[in-house]
Design a protein around this ligand. Structure first.
Ligand SMILES: Nc1ncnc2c1ncn2[C@@H]1O[C@H](COP(=O)(O)OP(=O)(O)OP(=O)(O)O)[C@@H](O)[C@H]1O
Ligand SMILES: [Mg+2]
Length: 265
């Protein structure tokens, strides 16, 4: 087994990175993959809450780095999927408790054990972001269809390319087709034009995401959730499958635009 290390990042805060990590990791586990997620948001951890594991934390990533426990002891097993684990972030205020070489070492140790390591990043482009991308084989950039979020995503794409991390893939999150139709929101086509990177998925604005997060139950487990379906599709694309994009709004021409831009029929 040689795991693929996938980092989810964004630049701007609050666009859905942690939501994406929890849902993609869960969807990959549902597909039978062995997955470890790492919360790279030191000081502001919340991946544990979204995955419903906050009461199970004994050790965190800083305990591993500082030698207070073995890596295995900091891997919290998910309640529903025995092949899904979380390594939580520390609540420490010291952002320098983790370095890029620590992350590389931890990911290296995990590589032979699992299929995917999924790393959640803090907002911004400082130390936590550098840590999160250090070991990445692949980076997913999340943005919302808002000018400020897209601008920050563009900056992150520039840094990733300068750091020779390759071109990242885009998750466009919280798209509202009705607003796009009224020209009140950037369309997927607009965002792709601005960023010029590969699109791996579009996740609609969907209140089931918030309900699921509050329950500690990622929406990929909800068969009726549109956002859940979008995340399940992204997880399958990460496994190399060619999955058509969802038709989020039959009337808006959105689907046609996505097909044109991605060359998918
Ligand atoms: N597709 C969606 N539809 C509706 N709400 C969403 C969607 N995606 C995310 N949210 C909500 O947006 C908020 C921010 O999401 P999340 O915490 O995943 O963002 P983040 O990028 O990790 O934030 P931070 O930068 O603070 O770590 C949460 O309340 C989440 O439930
Ligand atoms: Mg987050």
């Amino acid at each position: 087994m040689t795991a693929q290390v996938i980092t989810v990042t964004s630049g701007k805060g609050g666009v859905g990175k942690t939501t994406a990590v929890a849902n993609l990791a869960t969807a990959l586990a549902v597909d039978g993959r062995k997955v470890v997620c790492i919360d790279g948001d030191i000081g502001l951890r919340n991946l544990d809450v979204i995955m419903g594991l906050e009461n199970r934390i004994v050790y965190d990533i800083v305990d591993v780095i500082e030698g207070r426990c073995k890596l295995r002891q900091a891997m919290i097993r998910d309640k529903h999927y025995p092949e899904l684990y979380l390594i939580p972030a520390a609540q420490t205020r010291d952002k320098n408790a983790v370095s890029p070489s620590d992350m590389k070492r931890i990911c290296n140790d995990l590589k032979s054990e699992v299929d995917f390591v999924i790393i959640d990043s803090p907002a911004g482009i400082e130390r936590g972001f550098r840590n999160a991308i250090a070991a990445a084989d692949r980076v997913l950039v999340v943005t919302n269809p808002e000018v400020s979020a897209v601008r920050d995503a563009d900056r992150v794409v520039g840094i990733l390319e300068a750091e020779e991390k390759g071109s990242p893939s885009l998750i466009l999150n919280r798209l509202n087709p009705a607003l796009v139709k009224n020209n009140d929101m950037l369309s997927a086509e607009d965002v792709l034009d601005l960023l010029g990177i590969h699109l791996i998925g579009v996740v609609p604005e969907d209140e089931t995401v918030i309900i699921g997060s509050n329950r500690g139950a990622p929406v990929v487990n909800d068969p009726k959730s549109r956002a859940g379906q979008a995340f399940r599709n992204i997880a399958r694309r990460l496994q190399g499958e060619d999955v058509p994009f969802m038709d989020l709004d039959q009337q808006s021409g959105f689907w046609g635009a996505i097909q044109r831009l991605t060359g998918r029929k």
